[in-house]
Write a protein that binds this ligand. Sequence first.
Ligand SMILES: Cc1cc2nc3c(=O)[nH]c(=O)nc-3n(C[C@H](O)[C@H](O)[C@H](O)COP(=O)(O)OP(=O)(O)OC[C@H]3O[C@@H](n4cnc5c(N)ncnc54)[C@H](O)[C@@H]3O)c2cc1C
Length: 588
Amino acid sequence: MIHTESEYDVVIMGAGFAGVCQARHLMMKIPNIRVALVDPRPPQRTDKDLKVGESTIEIASLFLAKELGLREYLIENHAPKQGLNFHWAKDAAKTETLDDYYHTGSNRQVPIPSYQINRAKFERDLLEMDREMGAEFYHGQVVDVDLTPNDALKTVEIKVGSDRLSLKAKHVIDAAGRRFIIGRKTDNLIVDPEDLMGLDTGAAWMRVRNVDRTLFHDGHDPLGATTSHYYATNHYFGQGHWIWMIPIDTETMDLSIGIIHHHNVLSAEQVNTREKFLGFLKANHTILSDIIESSEVVDFNYWGKLAHRSKTMFSTDNWYVIGDAAYILDAFYSYGTTTVALAIEGVTEIIRAKLAKEADAEQKRAAYNEFNLAYARSVNCLYRGHANQLGHASIMSWRIYFEYMWWFGVQVPMYVGKWHLDMTFIPIFLKTLNSNVDGLFADLCKQFDQLVERDANIGLMDCYRADQLIGGYHTLKHFDDFLENAKIEPLRCNVFAGLKQTCFYVAVWYVMFQWKGFGIAGILRPQSIYHVLRLLGLSMQATIGELIYKSKTKGLSANTEVEQMRQEFKSYHYQPKLQPWMTTTNQS
Ligand SMILES: Cc1cc2nc3c(=O)[nH]c(=O)nc-3n(C[C@H](O)[C@H](O)[C@H](O)COP(=O)(O)OP(=O)(O)OC[C@H]3O[C@@H](n4cnc5c(N)ncnc54)[C@H](O)[C@@H]3O)c2cc1C
């Protein structure tokens, strides 16, 4: 047994999605940083190392492509994602083909490309890139960690084969997923469904290969959409559950199919084995059991308990929890890797500021910690009431529309402009976010429940279409020209415009929802009047915010590189000549 000691700036426990991305981000942002990664999985990942978390949405995909510089890698190695599709059975007893379902969903390319990733391949490749960049990889297991106070060096005890090693680190990151290395040690986890807005779920999933894709869709859709239906994340709903179908590899044609079920409606005992899960699908989503029967099965997995959050994410003792080690609530909308991206950027900036001994490092830590904890709560809120509502096509379609409005209108621009790292913006954002979670969203959730109970049909809202609200609005609409003018440097993207317009359109959505669901009584309800006035008030505040933002950024170019080229271009002259390339010998 060998005992050796090595010292690092950062030791990352776990080389899954969160760990390998965090390591690359740190090395890209902080020159010469010494990083170690520890993971018991071998660097050459196989089918056995396939994990869930295959679908990315805009923030995660921008993070991977832009922050980590993986755009070409993603295009060449992972499947393009074609938005999200949602399906509800017309008749629960007949679910053989897609025609047996009502649908809303992606009808065109979304403006920001995202990807369906093969996790084993992604983690293998990123780990290799990390090692090439200088990260030390220990193929072993963390057995203990000594979380000393404040800036004192930490010790991470690891087991590599039969050897025990002690790694010293200024900063320790727990990215070891559900091992909860730091979570257990510091009593940092929130797991009681009562404290998770009632969320009590489990998940079963399978990976299958070489399916007969025509059982889902034959690809010929001259009238419906300009996108592939197969490469979208397809969601199938029913009472107390939703099911995903995600293509994860274009070479092996692997497909991930899984269920999130709410224990109070559908118990673990009903879906926790491969046979039971297949039986459930045969009875309730025959199309999916037929697809699975046409394939080679790669694996089956079941987790009885999914959701948890953390009390602290970035501690003043220089430990950090990210990824599953920090929080996961539900897989609906595929938020997981997005939450990882937001956390990683915060961690990197804190560590950068700490290593550079900057005066505001601790202020940043406090602000980013608060931001990520509040963000986790807001993600939690996305699933409140799902147990009752998922199977109701009309109500869920309205809910999805509402949630899409905030995503594209506020969250995506916030991320593009790096406002989640901005110390003046964070408190403003958190105030709005927290009051929405506890006010408007909570109240709406009760109303969704009431409508489900009444079996109200208030129509099917399709968030991708521009003919559902007013003025050609659709939820993917941007209110700033950040894409057209590549305003992708920090603070260039005008998030206030998104906030202003989104609050306004949400107010319109809200009035329409009250009218359809509850008639004039709904509109005149004191809470409704309050929410509409508050939304319009927020829109006004954002207008003022926008004016201040515009005056502060007056004269700032939308994109520095373009501006530089334009300046250089001022001395442009047409040169009607070619450089000689034929030698005298060639000419003869
Ligand atoms: C059912 C389900 C579906 C999901 N679908 C999506 C989706 O479509 N899109 C999305 O964005 N997110 C999704 N998520 C969330 C996503 O899976 C997580 O956000 C993501 O996997 C988190 O990665 P991670 O690196 O934190 O954890 P992991 O990928 O679990 O990595 C943890 C690593 O730690 C290692 N480890 C374990 N013990 C030790 C130890 N003692 N020492 C050192 N290392 C250790 C493990 O070997 C592993 O490699 C889903 C989650 C679930 C549960």
